[in-house]
Design a binder for this molecule. Structure first.
Ligand SMILES: [Zn+2]
Ligand SMILES: [Zn+2]
Length: 254
């Protein structure tokens, strides 16, 4: 035993189980896991947290979600009531600000415009973005921790390299140089192979070599290159999160 509470060990196991699953699916595992984590967060938000006063305060501070995560809400299961409850609150707060600005204008206050501008600035980041960042760190830490695992190294060196942003995150959170070195060695192998596949794709576009035909890896190398530099498509079609429909939790039922 490592002297950690039992719960922490169990949580590490659960995180690593998810990491292994993502590695087996190919593409940047952290992008994939972060997208699923946000899905679960939004689902939980709509079903469990809509009437929670702390959540309301958080969401008021950020003026709701960033455009990307706001527009992920309609794709959730039964989003209508949860969104209506939270956004009624926000629309009311926005209306208050507009009324205050109009009162300022009526009193010919010179700073009414800038006061409104200031009042409309979010005081906190998008809660889903925050959650995504936290989970990215958890998953990257787990990858580093298990970087000696042959299954992990093989996947990172082959079909599941990290994207640029998550490689940078790994470099910033790595606590052991050995962990980072192992991860970089796998990344080097994946990048060298990708570069070779891209070269072959370009070469075989020439009519003189077209008859040679592309391997599947060469054929997909251009989209894999997009992913390595810019991360996975955040709009990729995802399987529905593993949750059953539930009634929204009421303030009195907490
Ligand atoms: Zn990524
Ligand atoms: Zn966001």
């Amino acid at each position: 035993m490592r002297g950690e509470p039992h719960g922490a060990v169990r949580r590490d196991d659960l995180v690593f189980a998810r990491v292994r699953e993502a590695l087996a699916s190919g593409g940047c595992p952290v992008c994939r896991l972060a997208t699923h984590a946000v899905q679960r967060f939004l689902d939980n938000f709509l079903y469990e947290r809509v009437n929670d006063p702390n959540t309301r305060q958080e969401v008021r501070a950020s003026w709701g979600f960033c455009p990307h995560h706001a527009w992920a809400l309609p794709a959730q299961r039964n989003p209508v009531l949860g969104v209506a409850i939270v956004y009624r609150d926000l629309v009311g707060a926005l209306l208050d600000r507009v009324n205050a600005a109009l009162r300022g204008q009526a009193r010919r206050r010179r700073d009414a415009g800038s006061a409104l501008q200031h009042a409309l600035l979010p005081a906190a980041p998008c809660p889903a973005c925050l959650h995504r960042q936290r989970m990215e760190e958890v998953y990257v830490a787990s990858l580093l921790e298990h970087s000696a695992d042959p299954e992990v190294r093989q996947a990172l060196a082959g079909p599941a390299p990290l994207c640029l942003a998550h490689l940078a995150l790994a470099a910033s959170v790595a606590r052991s140089p050995e962990h980072l070195t192992r991860l970089l060695e796998a990344q080097r192998q994946a990048l060298a192979q990708l570069e070779a596949d891209l070269s072959e794709l370009v070469r075989k576009h020439d009519y003189r070599f077209r008859h040679e035909g592309l391997t599947p890896e060469q054929g997909t190398s251009w989209t894999r290159a997009l992913e390595v530099l810019s991360g996975r498509d955040p709009n990729e079609v995802r399987s529905a999160p593993d949750v059953r429909p539930r009634a929204i939790r009421s303030p009195t039922g907490r």
